[in-house]
Design a protein around this ligand. Structure first.
Ligand code: NBG
Length: 826
């Protein structure tokens, strides 16, 4: 049976755009700029959204389902305009309407600065999850921060990364609603006063604090074709009240100024670190700020309908996206005890049944630990509670392991206590204070259980579970690659849009000659689209018939962009030495932002650009090899890149990449993965089969064994293999830089112990040979067009598991236990 589409009134939309241009800008259609036209169109779309939004709220009020609060410091939403149209099933009518008004929909879409309130995979995952929650019809709130400046804009100057502020709110955000009526107060600092009230209860109150007003802005999150609109609620900070100068004595005046300053700083900027914690005081303030406001809101909402706060967990679940929101555990305890007078045990029961924690990394530098004195000074009452949670937990460890020798018990305490070495360990608080701990791919979860969190797993195995990540096919196929999306629909019908497992049906036609030709034609068109973008932005001409070999993701040593560019250097030498060799033309495409203070990452960007400069300008190789670094990699250009990729580089040191999600986005678009057995690559291999993927390198067990036992010396490889030696020497012989010392730090990192880091701690040289071999295999496979087309189709066809709809349904079934809204009843 064909499902009914949502209705959309095209003529009303047209009138609305014209009206908006007039009332917002006092202009006629001819006079409006592109940006003004975008705003006018976006407001017209918002009108259509609001009705659905209200209906969803009404259904939620009547049906009173359990609500997911997805708490996250990051939501990397990307542009909303096109995505909203897709999920409203209004893309085509809007495109037609705009055409009729003489406006190009692509031009309009390009006017929107995508909200970049996230760094990379972690933030984008949160965005995909919201899309899936709405599409599956579950009631949810995303809870986050409305940073005034999101992820910085990257410029490349003379090959170096330069950061520019991302002033995404410059022209306002037509999709948001400011909800002053839901503002909350959040308190920092001061001290805790303890006294007994008239009913004999011990009451704790924070005194001498600074307070800021948290004001929520709501953004709609539209489900695909079902009329469900959830809310991303992001908080901004404002001063509590404008103070009157004359009514303040000197001390108050000082405090008032400080409060104002705090409010103006809090939400100023997103910390641009991925898989790395800077440990700044302001960051902890940000965390407590949005968590306190969100937890207060959730409790308020519950109490509108329910009396017994001890059953809060029946109607709410907090999913903590990594440790960043973990202070929610203590904040919920605080509110339940101090404001709602529950006993410790009652509050603890509610808290542990409400909170769940997702771990996203095993990288040591990403584990959040706060100095006790900072934590205590900033959050005195919260600290008391954490201290008590810790005391009780340490007791529990001692009881549970009372049969062990005391030295072993001490080991357990050292590895699991929440407070240890004068630090507050946020992951430990998240594990102890909730009932679920999940990793984001099977391998990652196993590593957590067997190694990183081994003692916790032994003590509380029931909490641990895996939820392999996924991505939304609405944005990453329908919106990113309309040609392929239409082709898939033509072949198997449109139900894959909400049930990606159906895409497996394409396997039947993977060997079909006509299907192969169509599929590769679409790929070629997408490669031409990207080639145009590259010509425009980089001034480099690339050949759409060459292999587009893509590595786009945050720049991090463990992700090993360095390995990739070293191989390009190796290939270039080879080609120069053997100009007549059989050579499959290749275009290596990079895109990556480096954290502003991450020197090695920044130098790697410079190296990529320097290599690109030399190779792209060497006419002797006849354009067979090109290297492109795409500036300012972000959700919007990512979509163009994914659609055009032939090869998807997922080459992290095995065991280090928790899951990866770019790998899934490129697989869905028919790229073939070149990867290590890491993160979700392992599960992708199971789905697509080893003949349709290029796997190389050490396994995670091998890496972990080397890390534990030593036994790897990169110098052995350097000395043994003349080709490797030659490639590495190029880093310091002036080939890629007049200043021979420029890339010396990278060279040293491979061969010498630097600071306390072992030489080549990410096993680049160890994996180099097998990487070269895999690259060679790719070139060979590409020469066989039929084989390649079949592999590419099979990748798209085997992507069914990697929809975030599947992931979310697993969270629902195994952790959240929530029911769907039924809009047909309102
Ligand atoms: C990242 C991992 C990725 C993973 C995403 C989403 C952090 C801390 N972790 O491998 O590095 O895909 O989280 O789970 O950003």
């Amino acid at each position: 049976m064909k499902k009914k589409k949502l209705s959309f009134d095209k003529d009303l939309f047209k009138r609305s755009v014209q009206y908006n241009v007039k009332t917002l800008y006092r202009k006629t259609m001819d006079e409006a700029t592109d940006q003004e036209m975008y705003q006018a169109a976006a407001y017209a779309i918002k009108d259509a959204i609001v009705d659905h939004w209200m209906t969803t709220q009404k259904a939620a009020d009547e049906q009173d389902p359990k609500i997911v609060y997805y708490m996250s410091m990051e939501f990397l939403m990307g542009r909303a305009f096109g995505n909203n149209l897709i999920n409203l099933q209004a893309y085509k009518p809007v495109k037609e309407a705009l055409d009729e008004l003489g406006i190009d929909v692509n031009l309009i879409e390009d006017q929107e600065p995508g909200p970049a309130l996230g760094n990379g995979g972690l933030g984008r995952l949160a965005a995909c999850f919201l899309d899936s929650l709405s599409t599956l019809g579950y009631m949810a709130y995303g809870c986050g921060i409305r940073y005034k400046y999101g992820m910085f804009r990257q410029k490349i100057r003379d090959g170096y990364q330069v950061e520019a502020p991302d002033n995404w709110l410059e022209n306002g955000n037509p999709f948001e609603l400011r909800r002053n009526e839901y503002a909350k107060e959040v308190k920092f600092g001061g001290y805790v006063n303890m006294h007994t009230d008239e009913r004999g209860r011990t009451v704790f109150s924070q005194e001498g604090y600074q307070v800021v007003k948290a004001v929520p802005y709501d953004l709609p999150v539209i489900g695909y074709g079902n009329g469900v609109v959830n809310t991303l609620r992001i908080w901004d900070a404002e001063p509590v009240q404008c103070f009157q100068l004359d009514s303040f004595d000197k001390g108050d005046y000082q405090k008032a100024v400080e409060q104002e300053n705090l409010a103006s700083q809090l939400c100023e900027v997103l910390y641009p670190n991925d898989n790395h914690i800077a440990g700044k005081e302001l960051r902890l303030k940000q965390q407590y700020f949005f968590i306190s406001a969100s937890v207060q809101t959730a409790l308020k909402r519950y109490l509108k309908k329910h009396e017994d706060i001890r059953k809060f967990y029946e109607k709410a679940v907090f999913q903590l996206n990594d440790t960043h929101p973990t202070v929610a555990v203590a904040e919920l305890m605080r509110l339940l005890m101090d404001d709602y007078y529950l006993t410790w045990d009652e509050a603890w029961d509610v808290t542990t049944k409400t909170c769940c924690y997702t771990n996203h990394t095993i990288m040591a530098e990403a584990l959040e630990k706060w100095p006790v004195d900072l934590f205590q000074r900033l959050l005195p009452r919260i600290y008391q509670i954490v201290d008590e949670i810790n005391r009780r937990f340490v007791d529990q460890i001692m009881r549970q392991y009372s049969n062990l020798p005391s030295i072993d018990v001490q080991d357990k305490i050292r590895s699991m206590a929440i407070l240890y070495d004068n630090q507050v360990k946020m992951a430990h608080l998240a594990i102890v204070g909730g009932h679920s701990v999940n990793g984001v791919a099977r391998l990652h979860t196993e590593i957590l259980k067997k190694r990183e969190l081994k003692d916790f797993y032994e003590m509380m195995p029931e909490k641990f579970n895996n939820k392999t990540n996924g991505i939304t096919q609405r944005r990453f196929l329908m919106h990113a690659n309309p040609l392929l999306a239409d082709w898939v629909t033509e072949k198997i019908g449109e139900d894959w849009i909400t049930d990606l497992s159906l895409i497996g049906k394409l396997k039947d036609i993977a060997g079909d000659k006509k299907a192969q030709k169509e599929f590769m034609d679409i790929k070629l068109q997408n490669k031409k689209r990207l080639a145009d973008y590259i010509l425009k932005h980089n001034g480099v001409k690339v050949d759409p018939n060459s292999i587009f070999d893509v590595q786009v993701k945050r720049l991090h040593e463990y992700k090993r962009q360095f390995l990739n560019i070293l191989h390009v250097m190796y290939l270039y030498d080879l080609l120069k030495a053997h100009p007549e060799m059989e050579f499959t033309p290749k275009t290596y495409i990079f895109g990556a932002k480096a954290a502003a203070g991450y020197q090695t990452a920044k130098l790697t960007i410079k190296l990529i650009n320097s290599v690109a400069d030399v190779i792209n300008n060497d006419t002797s190789i006849k354009g067979k090899l090109k290297v492109v670094f795409i500036e300012d990699y972000k959700v919007s250009n990512a979509e163009l890149i994914f659609a055009a990729a032939d090869i998807s580089e997922q080459i992290s040191t095995a065991s280090k990449e928790a899951s990866g999600t770019g790998n899934m986005k490129m697989m869905l678009n028919g790229a073939i993965t070149l990867g290590t057995l890491d993160g979700a690559n392992v599960e992708m291999l199971e789905e697509v089969g080893e003949e349709n993927m290029f796997i190389f390198g050490l396994t995670s067990e091998e890496v972990i064994a080397y890390e534990k036992n030593g036994g790897y010396n990169p110098a052995d490889i350097y000395n043994k293999d003349p080709n490797v030696k030659k490639t590495l020497d190029r880093l310091v012989d002036g080939t890629y830089s007049r200043d021979k010392e420029l890339f010396r730090p990278l060279y040293n990192m491979l061969l010498n112990t630097v600071n306390s880091n072992k030489a080549d701690q990410y096993f680049i040289l160890k994996d180099f040979e097998s990487y070269i071999e895999a690259q060679r295999a790719i070139s060979e496979a590409y020469r066989d067009g039929k084989r390649w087309a079949k592999m590419a189709i099979l990748n798209t066809a085997s992507c069914g598991k990697f929809s975030s709809d599947r992931t979310i349904q697993e969270y629902v079934d195994e952790i959240w236990h929530i029911d769907k809204l039924d809009l047909s009843k309102v």
